[in-house]
Design a protein around this ligand. Structure first.
Ligand code: TTP
Ligand code: MG
Ligand code: MG
Length: 391
């Protein structure tokens, strides 16, 4: 029987989690806060201090503040630190930055799963052909790119599965890059307390302690039947498996709704002077479309001003495409039209620019009638740009 290369290849998963995300974003907006305890709060509005802490920067964490505690308690903890700041959550801002970062992450591998506002898994096995060194290099570049684009630090964990990758990311926090190749999984897990094992809550931990299980190592050696009796026939053996670092959970690539890339321009622009800088983006989008057997019907551009205002412009094609030629022509037209309108430049020059395609269809789903049309029949791009009211 021949060995299937795909199954033989070492699986490599990367977990990325942004450091003290909401609080770090507040520090970036107001760098003078960096040395002070910063507490981001969900104020419930009942009284001035009712509500819970969303997150806090590491200065506040060292003093005892953490996510989920009442704001009143955080105020008590920080009573001796009048320099502390308590800020309300600003979700629109956090969502916008999160979206930009997820764009960067999803450009690394088509196998990308966002699991929360600041966290994602990437299966890079085939990208790096099962080589941990190559995955580490990608992670270093990723960290540098996120710092360059957003000034944000993140922590990245690399491991043979999601469980180990996530634990490695946590282990390296903040601003970490921690790699656990398969041969180190055992020692990595054995060095950590039970509470660090993802999936073990405080109640389970307590119950395990009563059974004499104090460490991840203890759990990995514990009698399976007793675990099944105490925690159920599925959960009990599951706990033992994760204690051994076994996890087959796949990185689930959700049906993508859009594919996009944004870059920071070499120079802020007030005209479409950056056409050459966009070419790699067009090529990348076309590659990613064809790699996933997708064609896009909606072609869009994104521009971000020097004041970080985001503007989107888009047009719908008559038939979906994955052709780099059509992507570049359409996007270039959209950029040219954008700069023709003086109103678009009132909020400053353009600092970042990108391209985004949506209205994605799998090859098989494209209407047979449409498929018959030749590209020459597509309404010429400039025609419909002139009739588009959005410019
Ligand atoms: P986390 O990634 O869990 O935490 P964090 O990014 O603040 O800190 P860390 O460096 O340890 O990763 O959560 C991401 C964001 O989600 C966090 O910045 C705020 C929000 N959040 C809450 O609002 N409530 C919570 O209880 C938690 C845990 C997070
Ligand atoms: Mg985080
Ligand atoms: Mg997180």
């Amino acid at each position: 029987m021949s060995i299937d290369n795909k199954t033989a290849m070492q699986r490599i998963v990367m977990a990325v989690d942004l450091d003290y995300f909401f609080a770090q974003l507040e520090e970036i907006r107001r760098p003078e806060l960096k040395q002070r305890p910063v507490v981001v709060c969900v104020f419930s509005g009942r009284t001035e201090t009712s509500g819970a802490v969303s997150t806090a920067n590491y200065v506040a964490r060292r003093l005892g503040v953490k996510s989920g505690i009442p704001i009143v308690l955080a105020k008590k903890v920080l009573a001796g630190h009048p320099e502390s700041v308590f800020l309300p959550v600003d979700h629109p801002h956090y969502d916008t930055v999160s979206e930009r970062i997820m764009q960067i992450l999803s450009s690394i591998s088509p196998q990308f799963e966002q699991v929360s506002i600041d966290e994602a898994f990437l299966d890079v096995s085939s990208t790096v052909r099962g080589k941990f060194d190559a995955a580490t290099e990608i992670a270093q570049k990723l960290k540098a790119e996120i710092i360059q684009e957003e000034k944000l630090t993140c922590s990245i964990g690399i491991g043979p599965n999601k469980l180990i990758a996530k634990m490695a990311a946590d282990h390296g926090k903040p601003n970490g890059l921690f790699v656990v190749p398969p041969e180190n999984v055992g020692s990595f897990l054995n060095d950590q307390p039970l509470s660090k094992l993802i999936g073990i809550g405080t109640k389970t931990e307590k119950k395990m302690e009563d059974l004499g299980i104090k460490t991840i190592h203890d759990l990995s050696k514990f009698d399976t039947d007793v675990l099944a009796r105490e925690f159920g026939k599925n959960l009990g053996p599951h706990f033992k498996r994760i204690a051994k670092g076994i996890d087959d959970d796949p990185v689930i690539t959700r049906q993508v709704e859009q594919i996009g890339r944004i870059i920071t321009l070499k120079n802020d622009a007030s005209s479409f002077s950056f056409e050459d800088e966009m070419i790699p983006l067009y090529l990348d989008i076309a590659d990613r479309l064809s790699a996933q057997k997708l064609k896009a019907k909606v072609m869009g551009i994104i521009v971000i001003t020097s004041q970080l205002k985001i503007k989107n412009r888009a047009n719908t094609l008559d038939i979906p495409t994955d052709s780099v030629d059509i992507i570049s022509k359409t996007a270039n037209c959209l950029f040219q039209q954008f700069f023709k309108n003086d109103e678009n430049l009132q909020e400053g020059k353009i600092r970042r620019a990108g391209v985004k395609v949506s209205g994605l269809e799998r090859y098989g789903e494209i209407d047979e009638k449409e498929r018959g049309k030749s590209e020459a029949q597509i309404r010429t791009l400039t025609d419909f740009l002139q009739t588009d009211g959005s410019f």
